[in-house]
Design a protein around this ligand. Structure first.
Ligand code: ZN
Length: 70
């Protein structure tokens, strides 16, 4: 089983794999780079939103005092 580097995340992927198991980027088609990039951007945005939501809920005011659960 041969390995080649994913063009998106540069991790090693089987040449038999249809898509990269690390980032989901298709390995066969060269035309899906745009869709792959959009998927990566959406993924980063989701991570960012999740972080913001977590920060909102990790800081709660109790009796007027800021309490941080971190
Ligand atoms: Zn990849």
């Amino acid at each position: 089983m041969a390995l080649k580097k994913c063009k998106e995340c540069a991790k090693e992927v089987s040449t038999k794999a249809l898509s990269c198991p690390h980032c989901g980027c298709p390995t066969k088609s060269q035309n899906n780079a745009l869709g792959c990039s959009i998927a990566a951007i959406v993924f980063v945005l989701l991570l960012w939103v999740a972080k913001e939501v977590f920060l909102q809920f990790s800081e709660v005011r109790i009796f007027g005092r800021k309490v941080k659960f971190r």
